[in-house]
Design a protein around this ligand. Structure first.
Ligand SMILES: [Zn+2]
Length: 71
């Protein structure tokens, strides 16, 4: 038995980087700031939302219901 298994644990959960996030909010299309992107990463949010949308949309309500278009 040789060591080294502990190092493999870090490989599974590769964190996303700010560069991988979309430039705009997926809900309203507002440009995301670096601060907002960092918050998204910190929260582990699946959707890239601006601060406003993140506050309005409940994280728990994943994507069961499509957002009603309000044009
Ligand atoms: Zn938004």
């Amino acid at each position: 038995m040789s060591g080294g298994a502990a190092a493999a644990l870090d490989m599974d959960l590769e964190e996303r980087t700010i560069e991988e996030l979309p430039e705009r909010c997926e809900n309203c299309g507002a440009t995301l700031t670096t601060t907002e992107k960092q918050r998204i990463l910190d929260e582990g949010a699946s959707a890239a939302l601006c601060t406003t949308c993140a506050g309005e949309l409940t994280p728990l309500a994943e994507q069961e219901e499509d957002a009603d278009a309000e044009f």
